[in-house]
Design a protein around this ligand. Sequence first.
Ligand SMILES: C[S@@+](CC[C@H](N)C(=O)[O-])C[C@H]1O[C@@H](n2cnc3c(N)ncnc32)[C@H](O)[C@@H]1O
Length: 272
Amino acid sequence: MEGKCKENEIAAIADIYQSFDPAAYLQNNYTSPRADFGRKDSIVPWKLACFHRAFTDGDISGELLVDIGSGPTLYQVMSGCEVFNKVLLTDFLEVNRQELKGWLQDEKSSLDWTPYFQHVCKLEGRGPSAVREKIARLREVVKDVVPVNIHLPQPVSPDVLPQGKADCLVSCFCLESSSPDLATFTKAMGHISSLLRQNGHLLLIGALEESYYLGGPGVKIPVVPLNEAQVCASLQETGFTLIRLEVYTLPRDMSVGVDDVTGVFFVKARKN
Ligand SMILES: C[S@@+](CC[C@H](N)C(=O)[O-])C[C@H]1O[C@@H](n2cnc3c(N)ncnc32)[C@H](O)[C@@H]1O
């Protein structure tokens, strides 16, 4: 009975996602002030710095990086694409997969990602002339954009990972914004962990104390409000050892009426 109820709640969120608007989402979250590269306290530069640090610590290596719930965004693999020769992007929605494929094929894109590449090149100590190279590198290493459902014990189709498991998983703002409650969030973490090899790394970014965000005009998507202790407990329960937890507190002017997020966490963890 309880299982059926949970299934209905998951299905209700999936229904709301059918109205997700990639262009509006990108506009809300990936333009100024949230992506102001001239400001140290802007959220996107903070996220890019976290990824840069995580991938240059020297402990992450392997062949395959998988990003879970990529949405219509690319920032989350801009550092990792230098370490991995194969990157797999995934999303639940066809509109988001199409958005990513449009950029990969250099056809159409709802957002100009160039300032993002410029910023990450700067973090890597490379000059502006490296931007084209980096764009080409990302297009080369992304091998596919495939469907994912974190609520299934096997979140991606088995033929997508013919060589076995991923060496590293990235996931940003996906688990908490697709789950009705903390227990389902934790269960989904367990599901995605099954895609990762033992001792592989998980880089997880998520919202703190958020109860909703807008996935488009009037598309209010419920979110599990999380605190740091809950994130750490979920990681422990699903067999991860925490390496680093960083927290960003949202400056007042980053609250732009598209969600009620108060902060963001970044986790680097290793699968036991
Ligand atoms: C808040 S967006 C995050 C997008 C992107 N990762 C980012 O950093 O902005 C949440 C994403 O979760 C995806 N999603 C929704 N339900 C899902 C499910 N059951 N399994 C996997 N992903 C799901 C949505 O399609 C959406 O792209």
